[in-house]
Design a protein around this ligand. Structure first.
Ligand code: PXP
Length: 238
């Protein structure tokens, strides 16, 4: 297994498709192309309002992919039932607000412990590797660990927006997470310009990147965009 995996989020292929209805462009075709271009996994967020990925996309992804599928989902009964049926390799629990444009912050694992713990357990018992999308903060990682999630994904949105001190916060969080036995992933807002300092953090095992790669694919094609991201990630680990 690679030291640092790249998960490609294909949500925004579906955003373009849904702008006109119908089936084009097909996010599953993009996922299969990403797989060939070196993606180590595919990520898709089935939102409550189905604004991009739909239920049929998830069904097709579970059938057609050969790399692991990481299903991003809100901690709701509906999503839990879908995940238990789809049995993806991994599920990342994210906070979700209908009015937000994108996932704006991490889930409050510490504050929502009693709601999240059984969801982690049901998914884990079904063989799905659960991660929690959290802010890079110790109390959130302690809560994830205590509820039995094997993985956390650190929200890099504030870092991507240039917030002072955020890189150090992510570094410290990744070191702490690994020290208590969590597998640490990261993602949100990563681009060619900002990926390297995050990819250089040795405790981070996976990056999930979507919006930028799909946008860049308009100009260069998806495979070259993924190849360049992969090369930047590899350079940062040398
Ligand atoms: N990881 C998680 C948990 C996310 O919710 C998202 C956004 O859907 C991403 C990674 C990817 O973020 P971006 O599309 O900004 O690369």
């Amino acid at each position: 297994m690679k030291e640092l995996r790249l998960g490609v989020n294909i949500d925004h292929v579906a955003t373009v498709r849904n702008a006109r209805g119908g089936g084009f462009p097909d996010p599953v075709r993009a996922a299969l192309m990403a797989e060939k271009a070196g993606a180590d996994g595919i990520t898709a967020h089935l939102r409550e309002d189905r604004r991009h990925i739909g239920d049929a996309d998830i069904e097709r992804l579970t059938r057609e992919l050969t790399v692991p599928l990481n299903l991003e989902m809100a901690a709701t009964d509906e999503m839990l039932q879908i995940a238990l049926k789809a049995r993806p390799h991994a599920a990342c629990i994210v906070p979700e607000k209908r009015e937000e444009r994108t996932t704006e912050g991490g889930i409050d694992a510490a504050g929502q412990f009693t709601r999240l713990e059984p969801i982690c357990k049901f998914l884990g018992d079904a063989g799905t590797r659960v991660s929690l999308f959290i802010e890079p903060a110790r109390e959130q990682m302690d809560a994830a660990k205590a509820m039995g999630a094997p993985v956390v994904e650190l929200h890099t949105g504030a870092y991507a927006h240039g917030m002072a001190g955020e890189l150090e916060r992510i570094r410290a969080a990744a070191a702490y997470g690994a020290s208590i036995g969590l597998e640490v992933h990261a993602g949100h807002g990563l681009t060619f310009d900002n990926v390297k300092p995050i990819a250089a953090i040795r405790e981070i095992r996976e990056l999930n990147i979507g919006h930028f790669l799909i946008g860049e694919a308009i100009f260069t094609g998806l495979a070259p965009a993924i190849a360049r991201m992969r090369a930047l990630m590899d350079e940062s680990r040398k």
